[in-house]
Design a protein around this ligand. Structure first.
Ligand SMILES: N[C@@H](CCC(=O)N[C@@H](CS)C(=O)NCC(=O)O)C(=O)O
Length: 208
């Protein structure tokens, strides 16, 4: 069987989106830990060859090396007909959710987390307040998009759920709180049989 390789890091919600999709879909693969806090040129050559921006996630298939979490999720869904990729409607729903996530909640949450990280990037005056305000709008829109749920794709989770999970899993680290329906969606996601923590998705190799 052809080896599928996912490069990622446990601090990367973008990489977790893809790891979760592969896990929920039961697609066999290996994961390779890439130290995103180390200088890019020190990262594994095979990873650098696959990822032009030296960023995780990168997914290497037999016939393609893929980057950008949203593009990878769409490829997984359509190639294996899973997570919404079983129908044109499911794929369309997934694409809409992915665009919303990348432009909105998946933009402000990682930045809010970075602003609180010891020795993390410094932010200009007012930036954290601006990001927090955006998150409050995103939280309301999360509820509207989820609707009656239980998942963004209806009765079963799809690629949109995987994308939104990427950073919504770490609200506390970002210093924000969930809405009531967000909290119940988080519980539902955590209960999925394929769900794992970021550290289990991307274990750090131990020194020999
Ligand atoms: N838009 C990209 C974002 C990828 C990204 O920002 N990756 C970060 C980790 S979350 C990374 O690899 N950072 C290390 C670096 O830029 O050197 C996606 O959706 O995959």
């Amino acid at each position: 069987m052809t080896q599928i390789t996912l490069y990622g890091h446990p601090d990367s919600g973008h990489a977790c989106k893809v790891a979760l999709a592969l896990s929920l879909a039961g697609i066999a693969h290996e994961t390779v830990f890439v130290d995103i806090w180390a200088a890019p040129e020190t990262r594994p050559p095979a990873f650098l060859a696959a990822s032009p921006l030296a960023q995780v996630p990168a997914l290497v298939l037999e016939d393609a090396a893929l980057t950008q979490s949203g593009a990878i999720l769409l490829e997984i869904a359509s190639r294996w007909r899973v997570l919404g990729g079983e129908s044109p409607e499911g794929l369309r729903r997934g694409a809409e959710l992915l665009m919303w996530e990348a432009n909105r909640i998946g933009m402000c949450l990682p930045q809010l987390t970075e602003a609180r990280r010891p020795h993390g990037d410094s932010f200009p005056d007012g930036a954290v307040e601006w990001l927090t305000g955006r998150y409050e709008t995103d939280r309301e829109n999360f509820d509207r998009l989820l609707g009656e749920g239980p998942f963004f794709h209806g009765e079963a989770p799809g690629l949109g759920d995987c994308a939104i999970w990427g950073y919504v899993q770490w609200l506390e680290k970002a210093g924000v709180t969930p809405s009531a329906s967000m909290a119940t969606w988080i519980d539902r996601m955590q209960a999925l049989p394929g769900m794992k923590t970021a550290e289990v998705f991307f274990p750090q190799p131990q020194p020999a």
